[in-house]
Design a binder for this molecule. Structure first.
Ligand SMILES: C[S@@+](CC[C@H](N)C(=O)[O-])C[C@H]1O[C@@H](n2cnc3c(N)ncnc32)[C@H](O)[C@@H]1O
Length: 290
């Protein structure tokens, strides 16, 4: 079964301007958006990126879908060079649905979930640094900086100190152990797990997520045909701010027309059926003929 993609209808309605066009899905993940778009637009083709080794286009059982997808295992920040290698210099639309996939999140060997018995959090196993290495070797100041900068965690210093103090007596080996240390410092009455922001921060830092996004956004205007669109689905304010500022800048330079004057969010029904979608925000811009 394909993973339920976030806002599939909204993505397809807003992204596909050319029913015979070539599109890029920067974040193939569980294949949800790629398969939805291919199934609904019979004449489009898609180049799909994902840097996770476990992800593969063999995911599609339907042969006709596979025929219209080219899969590239690469960081989407290298989109321009990767497309050039297969002789593509222009496309009709680019989609990025940021963050981790359901498959990554639910695999306890990957370390993204609070219940993991490892501390890893690399989306691409070619990345050298793991969460275990950071948590067990970085100074208290550096840990606090990471938690504050990438998680906007207001108790970053106390949590960092608690980690450094705990590792004097034991190596912190698992996400479960890390979560317990955070919980002792930060008990909230809210439904949200108190470790959410620290886990987000570690993941963003390890995978260099904000820089990858900035590079993708920088290269996109050169890659889009006139009338082509970029759609970015983000899940937290750090990402959304980068997208908003990039679109605004390109709009001021008369490179983009901003399509989403008002940000697009999932319907109430979708949020109820797909819990992960609740914080999704989509922004879309269109390349102007220059
Ligand atoms: C939220 S999931 C995408 C889910 C997908 N849209 C679907 O409907 O199944 C994000 C995916 O993007 C991948 N990803 C994140 N950052 C990436 C990057 N810089 N380069 C390539 N893939 C990336 C992750 O490995 C993950 O599989």
């Amino acid at each position: 079964m394909h993973h339920a993609p976030v806002m599939p209808l909204e993505v397809s309605q807003c992204l596909v301007n050319n029913p015979n066009g070539l599109y890029v899905d920067c974040t193939f993940g569980d294949g949800g958006h790629t398969s939805y778009l291919l199934s609904n637009f019979k004449n489009i083709k898609i180049v799909s990126f994902d840097w996770d080794e476990d992800v593969s286009k063999k995911f599609f059982k339907e042969e006709n879908l596979n025929d219209r997808v080219t899969f590239i295992r690469e960081n989407f920040k290298n989109i321009k060079e990767s497309l050039l290698k297969i002789n593509i210099s222009k496309v009709d639309g680019i989609l990025a649905d940021l963050g981790v996939s359901l498959k990554q999140l639910s695999n306890l060997e990957r370390g993204f979930s609070f219940n993991s018995n490892v501390l890893d959090m690399r989306m691409d196993n070619r990345i050298k640094l793991t969460a275990k290495e950071i948590v067990n070797s970085y100074s208290s100041e550096d840990l606090a900086d990471i938690f504050y900068t990438y998680g906007e965690e207001y108790k970053s210093r106390q949590i960092a100190k608690a980690i450094v103090s705990r590792r004097k007596t034991m190596v912190i080996n698992t996400a479960v152990e890390l979560q317990k240390i955070i919980y002792a410092v930060k008990r909230t009455g809210s439904k949200k797990n108190p470790a959410t922001k620290v886990f987000q921060a570690l993941r963003i830092f390890i995978n260099d997520e904000l820089e990858n996004l900035k590079t993708l956004l920088f290269d996109t205007p050169k890659l889009l045909n006139a009338g082509g669109r970029i759609a970015i689905i983000s899940f937290h304010s750090l990402e959304d701010r980068i997208v908003k500022n990039n679109f605004r800048h390109n709009s001021n330079c008369k490179t983009y027309k901003i399509i989403t004057k008002k940000i697009i969010t999932p319907s109430k029904k979708e949020m109820k059926n797909n819990y992960k979608s609740r914080s999704a925000k989509m922004r879309i811009a269109e390349k102007i003929n220059v």
